[in-house]
Design a protein around this ligand. Structure first.
Ligand SMILES: [Zn+2]
Length: 488
């Protein structure tokens, strides 16, 4: 009984400590019983050698018990301190990020299958929310081709995945290695060079990548980082302010840019690095630009979604892009029930509108699923007065076209889709940020969504690379500067 009580006591007392600790408790109590309890009733027991051995065993067991258990207890109670760098309020503690959810099956080393699941493993989300995947294959043979099949994609459009052996250097697969099968299914047949392979729908850009970039720029005299809010998962939403801080704000104009509302759309992150590097290059042009402009950039609105490996939504399944719920009679007020990521952006914009200087541009960066040969494009609003739009509506449309033409001028007109003749009013049908900007600032802010693409839209009509997107970012920065210079 005493032994059993010891076993039970071991579990009760140590709660969730592994089974071996209970066994050890039992062994100690059993040894105690043998040496002292039974010993007291067996006064005639004369074999002192055995008794000494039992005492030694007891001491040994106590030694193992104390030193064997102590580290486990320490491990259980230890809470690592949150990593904080005081000079970077945007640092993300998550070390992985961007890996997709879904199911990976290995039939044998040469036959692999991946089933794309909905964001947050929610099967009930719309099919076209399933497009991002990012997986790790371990044990890939290097002496023969492997077959990797991706099921349950949400889009029928052909694309070219990427692969890596170290998650740093990424390469495009070749069109001869990727085929699209029936039923939104892709099949990859390739001989890899190393047994550890990462495969992804497109070049990943995680919170780790953002950390690295922010660490690189945070000490620049023209940069200030701030956290403008926290997500549901308590991660900071970062804002980068870039200007010449020695020049008074009063004569400047302000530019707003945000990206990664849709977490799986990684191309805008590469674009932003090009845009920001251009502004911080300390050239005559960049110094002039920063003396006149303040860039306020949120590089990753949907941090939680990025960390979760989602394509479209945050960890609540919210598509933040259409959740700018505001009072139509007073757009300065955002609905209390709006997602935290929308509230953070809205409150920041509202605060900056109140403090000045005036915003002139609001860029909303995305990446669209398109046919492989489509280039980057813009979603314009309204159209010319000749098509029935008011003067103010037409003014916004003309400003958008002017900006688009600036980007095309610097990036290459053949690599930007031409503007629609009539952008229409569709954007007013859902709660997009551009609808909010229109309600709040009318045509004084050229608010527009820019859609990069994933296909053969590179500078040389190759499958687009991060470098192509980086260069598109430089062109976008120059277009922003020119646009502002052209304003009265
Ligand atoms: Zn998007």
């Amino acid at each position: 009984m005493l032994c059993l009580a010891g076993l039970q006591g071991g579990f009760a007392f140590w709660d969730m400590i592994p089974f071996m600790k209970g066994i050890l408790t039992t062994a100690i109590l059993c040894a105690f019983k043998k040496v002292y309890w039974e010993g007291s009733h067996m006064a005639h027991f004369e074999n002192k050698l055995i008794k000494k051995f039992q005492q030694l065993l007891l001491i040994l067991l106590l030694f193992i018990y104390i030193y064997g258990c102590a580290p486990a207890l320490e491990e259980k109670q230890f809470q690592p301190p949150e990593t904080v760098l005081s000079d970077n309020p945007c640092l993300y503690s998550e070390s992985v990020g961007a890996r997709s959810q879904g199911y990976l099956y290995k039939q044998d080393n040469t036959q692999w299958y991946y089933y794309i699941n909905g964001d947050n493993n929610n099967e009930s989300l719309p099919a076209n929310w399933r497009n991002w995947w990012y997986v790790y294959l371990n044990g890939v043979p290097v002496d023969r081709e492997i077959s990797f099949t991706v099921y349950n994609g949400g889009w029928p459009l052909y694309y070219m995945p990427v692969y890596s052996y170290d998650e740093v250097n990424w390469y495009r697969l070749d069109e001869s290695e990727v085929s699209e099968l029936e039923g939104y299914t892709w099949h990859i047949l390739k001989k890899f060079e190393k047994p550890a392979v990462w495969l992804a729908r497109f070049y990943p850009y995680s919170t780790n990548d953002l950390n690295k970039y922010l660490t690189k720029i945070k000490s620049n005299v023209n940069v200030r980082l701030s956290a403008i809010g926290k997500t549901r998962q308590n991660h900071p939403i970062c804002m980068i302010t870039i200007t010449d801080f020695t020049n008074p704000d009063v004569n400047k104009k302000r530019v707003w840019i945000h990206a990664r509302t849709h977490p799986g759309e990684t191309p805008p992150s590469f674009l932003l690095e090009g845009l920001i590097d251009y502004l911080l290059a300390n050239t005559t042009d960049s110094k002039t630009a920063l003396s006149k402009l303040i860039f306020t950039i949120v590089p990753m609105q949907n941090v939680d979604g990025v960390m979760a490996g989602n394509y479209r939504s945050n960890t609540d399944g919210d598509n933040l892009e259409v959740m700018w719920y505001y009072d139509p009679y007073n757009p300065s007020q955002i609905d209390a029930g709006s997602p935290l990521e929308v509230v953070a952006l809205h409150e920041t914009i509202q605060r900056l509108i109140s403090s000045g200087p005036q915003f002139t541009i609001a860029l909303n960066l995305h990446s669209a699923n398109t046919s492989a040969n489509r280039h980057a494009f813009f979603i314009t609003h309204f159209g010319p007065t000749t098509r029935g739009y008011s003067d103010m509506e037409s003014s916004l449309w003309r400003k958008q076209v002017k900006f688009m033409n600036n980007v095309a001028y610097y990036y290459g007109a053949q690599f930007i889709e031409p503007p629609a003749r009539d952008g229409g009013r569709d954007f007013l049908n859902r709660e997009y940020p551009e609808k909010w900007w229109w309600a709040s600032q009318k045509d004084s802010v050229m608010a527009i969504t820019m859609e990069t693409t994933y296909g053969r839209a590179g500078n040389r009509h190759n499958w687009i690379t991060p470098q192509d997107l980086y260069e598109l970012g430089i062109a976008t920065a120059k277009a922003i500067v020119d646009y502002n210079n052209s304003l009265k």
